[in-house]
Design a protein around this ligand. Structure first.
Ligand SMILES: C[S@@+](CC[C@H](N)C(=O)[O-])C[C@H]1O[C@@H](n2cnc3c(N)ncnc32)[C@H](O)[C@@H]1O
Length: 275
């Protein structure tokens, strides 16, 4: 049974990084008219009340979206800012499916997977009137495999597990390899936590040794790695990114780091495998 609830963490610094990379990628891809299939393998509830019992218990958003001063960030943050600002002002934070639904167009389709018995109905309800969206309570990894290759010429996948299942680090590698084998042009974004650096290094090694090309990673660390308990940072691994993404992150990440991380914090931009 799944116990993780994203409501405790929504809007934290990890969400900010993840969602900026997502919005920047979609912003580029929607410039061409051909339709896109967006797949969110671990979709969450779609939207989170920041006054909820869960959110106020951790107050994590205060060190994420709550600490961002958009006026000091580069213009390239605009698509994320324009969606998040009004929702945040109303006391909520948008999850990845809602951000994607805002970014995408009428000709695009969204397939969302969420297995938690509380979050699935919330997600379903949120998109009940959006004909572009199909919500399922099935396993996101298996469903991704079944959807590849997509009927649409272009597909964008966000894989954002809670890593509460021990073998999630292996499952994400298998899912990425299978999806890429079936559709080599697929754009894949994988979120990963930095709790144990060795585990992250193994993940990078497994993906960069898979034969897949054009892989980047963008990391934001709140503090230097420790052997202690808990997450000290997070990253986004991106396969087949829009060619402009690395330059945009090169401009944005130092500014984000300045606002969000401690003195011992850091950011990383690395091309793991060339095109
Ligand atoms: C980190 S949260 C997702 C947050 C969301 N992507 C966002 O950015 O707003 C991970 C979610 O995955 C769900 N989940 C865990 N294992 C799953 C699986 N195998 N298939 C689909 N959903 C799963 C959890 O219930 C949880 O809601």
């Amino acid at each position: 049974m799944l116990s993780y609830r994203h409501a405790f963490h929504a809007g934290n610094y990890a969400d900010v990084l993840k969602h900026i990379v997502l919005c920047k990628s979609l912003e580029y891809l929607i410039q061409k008219p051909r339709s896109i299939l967006y797949i969110d393998t671990h979709a969450g509830a779609g939207q989170y009340a920041l006054h909820s019992k869960q959110s106020t218990k951790t107050d994590e958003y205060k060190n994420g979206i709550g600490a961002l001063d958009f006026s000091c960030l580069a213009e390239s943050i605009n698509s994320y800012r324009d969606i998040v600002k009004p929702i945040f002002s109303a006391g909520y934070y948008p999850g990845s499916p809602l951000l994607a639904a805002h970014m995408l167009r009428q000709q695009d389709k969204l397939r969302l997977f969420e297995m938690h018995s509380t979050d699935y109905p919330l997600l379903e309800q949120l998109f009940a009137n959006d004909r572009r969206v199909i919500v399922n309570d099935s396993d996101g990894y298996h469903s991704l495999k079944a959807l590849m290759p997509a009927k649409q010429a272009r597909a964008v996948v966000l894989i954002d597990p809670s890593y509460e299942v021990k073998n999630d680090f292996q499952l994400v590698v298998d899912a990425i390899k299978q999806a890429h084998r079936r559709m080599s042009a697929v754009h894949i974004m994988l979120w990963y936590p930095i709790v144990d650096r060795q585990r992250v290094d193994r993940l990078m090694k497994n993906i960069s040794g898979s034969g897949i090309r054009d892989i980047w990673r963008f990391e934001l660390g709140m503090e230097t790695d420790t052997h202690g308990y808990g997450m000290t940072g997070s990253g986004m691994l991106v396969i087949n990114p829009p060619w402009v993404l690395a330059d945009q992150m090169l401009e944005l990440l130092p500014l984000l780091a300045k606002q969000l991380v401690t003195d011992s914090g850091y950011y990383t931009i690395e091309q793991l495998v060339a095109e």
